[in-house]
Design a binder for this molecule. Structure first.
Ligand code: GLV
Ligand code: MN
Ligand code: MN
Length: 416
């Protein structure tokens, strides 16, 4: 018998990790390999050690806490998430999946129940694209979609490449090839995450079982117009880069809203207007475009229409719009067998659940390339996330942890 997850312990871990924060008072900010992120890594290693887990890190900083099973010849079962955050975020996105994983392994260990496969909590390096502009660095590398060579070309705003930063921190390039996992290396993976949408909170249902994970297509956009005098240039003579950017943004919003796909989003989240002065017509704009869907076809349709509209805006406004593809990820369908196990465990524990799809991406998107993967969600108050208003009740994380622990234990005893 597994004991119930301990709410006090879950809360204490989350609150302690939340002290590693570079923007106290303005939400939580913990960017990859900053002193706050490194301190939270050190704390998690310490806590994993206290739980009796075997702790290790790979060459891109993915961190593992392993509880040994009875038979090492079987592939392990993973759970886990991320410890980095976007700017001015909350304390649950990512961290809920780490502490629930640690608590689940504690419950399994303390039950004394024998299980076959190793169980690991994995802290994936930088799920958020905050520092290097590319998401899911650790899990992407595991899936073989980020190579050591690639780490030389992705740079942070100071111009440091990921390659250089890893080297400075003492990660071993020679070990980089071992980051990549092949099919069969990991038996199954289950990630607990906060929902980051309204459904669970609105319905009063504590658990979401994720059917599929949307994947983003991201562009860095540059719009070149003509910088000129705000008073001296008549309205008909302008090539305003910002109004062109605004029109492109509204077009994107309309295309995503009107898409017939099951779930499609379009977002311009980052904008930099140059020269950014009251009395100057903007000559240049840099912005991001983030398009997501649960199916590749819907994304393609939005993108095709967006490219046609881009050309219209260019010719009508006399500007040049360049779209540079940053990443074009493929959505994931979660594993039906793990979904069934998750649902059975909810039913056995008397916990209500509903099916959901995930609009946000997760490390599971990439883990799903080489292992059977599924996710469960716990409610986000008012659906708010990537904000200091983000909130999930500790009791709900504990309920999710109960479902997770039973599911991990069952998977750890499966033959194939
Ligand atoms: C991850 O945080 C995402 O942007 O979906
Ligand atoms: Mn996030
Ligand atoms: Mn997350």
């Amino acid at each position: 018998m597994l004991q119930k997850a301990n709410v006090t312990r879950i809360r204490a871990w989350l609150e302690k990790i939340n002290t590693f924060n570079s923007t106290p008072g303005a939400g939580t900010t913990r960017v990859l390999f900053t002193k706050e992120e490194l301190a939270s890594r050190a704390y998690i290693k310490e806590e994993m050690n206290k739980l009796g887990l075997e702790v290790s890190e790979d060459a891109i900083g993915n961190l593992f806490g392993v509880l040994r099973g009875k038979n090492r010849k079987f592939a392990p079962v993973w759970t886990g998430s991320h410890i980095d955050t976007v700017l001015n975020a909350g304390m649950f996105d990512g961290m809920a999946g780490i502490v629930s994983g640690m608590e689940a392994l504690r419950l399994i260990k303390e039950s004394g129940i024998v299980f076959k496969r190793d169980l690991a909590v994995v802290v994936y390096t930088s799920e958020e694209p905050t520092r290097f502009g590319l998401s899911c660095l650790g899990s992407r590398a595991m899936a073989g979609e980020l190579t050591l060579e690639d780490t030389r070309s992705i740079r942070d705003e100071e111009g440091n490449s990921l390659y250089e930063v890893l080297g400075t921190l003492g990660y071993d390039y020679k070990e980089f090839a071992a980051v990549k996992r092949e099919k069969g290396d990991v038996y199954a993976a289950v990630e607990l995450h906060i929902e980051q949408n309204l459904h669970l909170d609105k319905e009063g249902i504590p658990i979401g079982i994720v059917k599929g994970i949307c994947a983003p297509t991201i562009y860095e956009v540059t719009i070149n117009g003509c910088q000129s005098h705000a008073g001296g240039t008549s309205m008909g003579d302008r090539h305003d880069a910002f109004t062109a950017a605004s029109e492109l943004t509204l077009v994107l919003e309309k295309l995503a809203r009107e898409s017939k796909g099951t779930y499609v989003t379009g977002t311009v989240g980052k904008v930099n207007v140059l020269p950014n002065a009251v009395n100057v017509i903007p000559g240049e704009v840099h912005m991001s475009i983030d398009i997501r869907s649960i199916d590749v076809e819907s994304k393609k349709m939005v993108l095709n229409k967006l490219f046609t509209e881009k050309e219209r805006i260019e010719s009508e406004r006399g500007v040049i719009i360049s779209l540079d593809l940053e990443n074009d990820d493929i959505p994931l369908k979660c594993d039906e067998n793990i979904i069934r196990i998750l649902k059975n465990n909810c039913e056995n524990l008397g916990i209500t659940y509903m099916d959901l799809i995930s609009g946000p991406y997760h490390d599971s998107l990439f883990v799903g390339r080489f292992a059977k993967t599924a996710m469960l969600f716990v409610p986000s108050k008012n659906g708010i996330s990537h904000s200091k208003e983000e909130w999930t009740d500790f009791e709900d994380i504990a309920l999710g942890t109960d479902v997770l622990a039973h599911t991990l234990l069952e998977l750890a005893n499966k033959d194939n």
